[in-house]
Design a binder for this molecule. Structure first.
Ligand code: ADP
Ligand code: ADP
Ligand code: MG
Length: 660
């Protein structure tokens, strides 16, 4: 058995592999880029070695650096995870040459399936029909156009070397074809270093169904059932489940037989996935491609079969025979996985970056996560943060468990797709098991928008938190203000005004303390009475007899709140109105500070003439500069303060004798 293993990857999959190493008593060795020094996968392994700067091409894609780290650590084996070098035959070869066991298929198998064009030929010959199309050597424009006409528009243009949902585009009409071909070729060259393209009929209502297979180095080959990964965005998976809902026994048998035939054709000798596309209503699954690696969504197969697939990979790589025979592999219940990514689902799944300020996993689920509180999400790597997996006796049990677990999952500091995932899982189309790859477009026409049942409450809570934290984390001045206001000289309760804005709108809230940790928050003529209890990252609010728990992350004026699958991001600032202070002083010619602060500047001296609106002093409060102006025309009589002086609210700063 292997005793030490280097994990040539990062994020959740590196953490996942380290977990199995621990269970098997294998010493695990992580590698990290300069951006990942404090990443969770580094802490998860027994040892770790730096392999280069942040960009993947300088670190996680550097075969020489990774092999050198393995030698330095005295590792016996290397696990490539998925993505990065996992499907590069030359990495498997480099490992072999360095005397390292590659935990994956032989370089020969990787190479056979590395190019979609060649892979499709192998599949056809093995008796697994492909999506009707054209995949051959002649890449001339004329031939491609002729083939596209034969296939019939719309067609899918794909990079033969593509992967990860990239390098493919749908072309709907002949007049777009020439330009699309050109663009696709250039993109393929730039992204994958290979301009070869293939054409496929665009399947209009496709389901993505794939089969998990496993082969060993002794000719053994089994399948571990199918997964349905039809819910996708940008041709990348979002929700995955096993088994696939509503699959007829005929189709299921075809899937298994074809997947095994493809595996047998290349003498497949590790864990792998054969992907198919199934037109809704059809009984003919078409071969798409084969991934010669561990799949992101492998946990749903683990959940229903009870096997640890990383353990399978390691045992197979060590030369053992398959851990189970086909007859001993059974599926139990149903499992669904949700990929939690750092993206704005409401903005076409734009990636988000930031520091994770709160991280809490909901109950009842398996979490495979690559992040923790304090972790940095950077633009260098893909956006997958964690995967949440629910297993239940049937599909409905798994689905409801996943929804409940996700609702209670809190990740703050960076936008995540959790609110979107909850809505997707709750959509009737998904509930009925009828999602195709157009699910998101169908379920959320015009794009997904967050439900905002708690928005008003969230806004009020943000205002309260801002006041408590000191004006959006801007020091203690705000707290002093609050203290002053509560004890306010006016006798009655004092209020302060707070601006709460989103990218779309700005609201002015009036906040009034009504007791210890209780506030009345007014907005647009109506009010909410809220009591808050803060405990670390969470705030429990009681409003109108209902308790809502928010997770919070405060970063300066930016306040993020999440509750029950909804998340909010506000910019919160105290309302600063220099003119009002002027008004307060009007008539008398007395210029007072209307809040505690530091006198930053005095612009006049006794005897100076001022006109109404002239700025006479500048006050610094809550990191803001507030200009104080004269309301009257007259002569400065007395200056009662100096620059740098701390003043209380209401302090007389200078007096102006108004012209009579
Ligand atoms: P799966 O099929 O396992 O769900 P995806 O297709 O979503 O996986 O890709 C898994 C990971 O591998 C993603 O991080 C993706 O960006 C990456 N990936 C897959 N193929 C390639 C490739 N050819 N080049 C670069 N990255 C890839
Ligand atoms: P990748 O290597 O990027 O994973 P695939 O060939 O596996 O590429 O396709 C990824 C996804 O793109 C599929 O799951 C499917 O949703 C969509 N897709 C691929 N080919 C077609 C097609 N011919 N028609 C419609 N959708 C397709
Ligand atoms: Mg694929």
């Amino acid at each position: 058995m292997i005793r030490s293993l280097l994990i040539a990857n990062r994020g959740e999959i590196a953490v996942r592999i380290a977990r199995t190493c621990r269970q098997l008593g294998i010493r695990s060795i992580a590698v990290y880029s300069e951006a990942d020094r404090n990443a969770r996968h580094v802490a998860a392994a027994d040892e770790a070695y730096r392999i280069g700067p942040a960009p993947a091409r300088d670190s996680y894609l550097r075969i020489d650096a990774i092999v050198a780290a393995a030698k330095r650590a005295g590792a016996e084996a290397v696990h490539p995870g998925y993505g990065f070098l996992s499907e590069q035959a030359k990495f498997a070869e480099a490992c072999a040459q360095a005397g390292l066991i590659f935990v994956g298929p032989s370089a020969r198998c990787i190479a056979a399936m590395g190019q979609k064009i060649a892979a499709k030929r192998i599949a056809e010959e093995a008796g697994a029909p492909c999506v009707p199309g054209y995949a051959d050597e002649d890449q001339s424009d004329a031939r491609m156009l002729a083939e596209a006409r034969r296939i019939g528009f719309p067609v899918m243009v794909k990079a033969s070397a593509g992967g990860g949902g990239r390098g493919m585009r749908a072309v709907h009409a002949e007049r777009e074809f020439g330009a699309a071909l050109d663009l696709a070729r250039r993109e393929a060259q730039a992204a994958f270093g290979d301009p070869a393209l293939l054409l496929e009929k665009l399947v209009e209502r496709p389901r993505h169904i794939e089969v998990q297979i496993a082969g060993d180095k002794h000719g053994g080959l089994v399948h571990l059932f199918e997964r349905d990964c039809s819910v996708q965005r940008n041709n990348q998976k979002v929700l995955e489940e096993a088994p696939a809902p509503h699959l007829s026994p005929v189709v299921r048998e075809k899937l298994f037989a074809r997947a095994l035939a493809v595996g047998r054709a290349i003498g497949y000798d590790s864990l792998g996935t054969v992907e198919f596309i199934l037109e809704a209503g059809s009984e003919e699954p078409w071969f798409l491609e084969m991934n010669t690696r561990l799949q992101v969504e492998h946990p749903v197969t683990e959940a229903i079969t009870g096997f640890d697939l990383v353990e399978w990979q390691i045992r197979i790589a060590a030369g053992e025979t398959l851990p189970a025979r086909q007859d001993d592999i059974h599926a139990r219940g149903h499992a669904i996985e949700a990929r939690i990514v750092a993206e704005r689902a409401d903005e076409a799944f734009r990636a988000d970056v930031g520091t994770i300020t709160a991280y809490g996993e909901g109950p009842g689920l398996r979490f495979d996560s690559g992040v923790a509180r304090g972790g940095e999400v950077t633009m260098f790597y893909d956006s997958l943060l964690a995967k949440a997996i629910a297993h239940g006796a049937d599909r409905e049990a798994a689905r409801t468990r996943l929804v409940a677990g996700l609702r209670a999952t809190q990740i703050a500091g960076v936008a995540t797709t959790i609110p979107f995932l909850v809505d997707a899982l709750e959509h009737p189309l998904f509930g009925a098991g009828e999602a195709t790859t157009s699910f998101i477009a169908q379920a959320f026409p015009g794009g997904w928008k967050p439900s905002r049942a708690n928005e008003r409450l969230a806004r009020a809570v943000a205002a309260i938190l801002s006041a408590e934290a000191g004006g959006g984390g801007q020091g203690g001045a705000w707290s002093r203000l609050r203290g002053f206001r509560l004890l306010g000289p006016a006798g009655g309760r004092a209020a302060c005004r707070i601006l709460v804005s989103t990218a779309a709108a700005r609201s002015t809230l009036t906040l009034e303390a009504t007791g210890r940790d209780c506030f009345c928050v007014r907005e647009d003529g109506s009010s909410l009475d809220i009591c808050v209890k803060r405990d670390g990252d969470s705030v429990e609010t009681e409003c109108d007899g209902a308790i809502v728990r928010f997770f919070v992350a405060i970063d300066g004026a930016a306040i993020r709140l999440a509750a029950g699958g909804e998340s909010y991001e506000f910019d919160v600032r105290p309302e600063i109105d220099g003119a009002r202070s002027g008004r307060a002083a009007s008539g008398s010619g007395a210029v007072r500070s209307h809040m505690p602060g530091i006198v930053s500047e005095i612009r006049v001296a006794p005897g100076d003439r001022v006109a109404p609106g002239d700025v006479v002093a500048v006050l610094e409060s809550m990191k803001l500069f507030i200009s104080l102006s004269s309301e009257v025309a007259g002569v400065v009589r007395e200056v009662g303060c100096v620059a740098g002086q701390t003043v209380q609210a209401g302090a007389l700063l200078l007096s102006i004798e108004a012209d009579s």
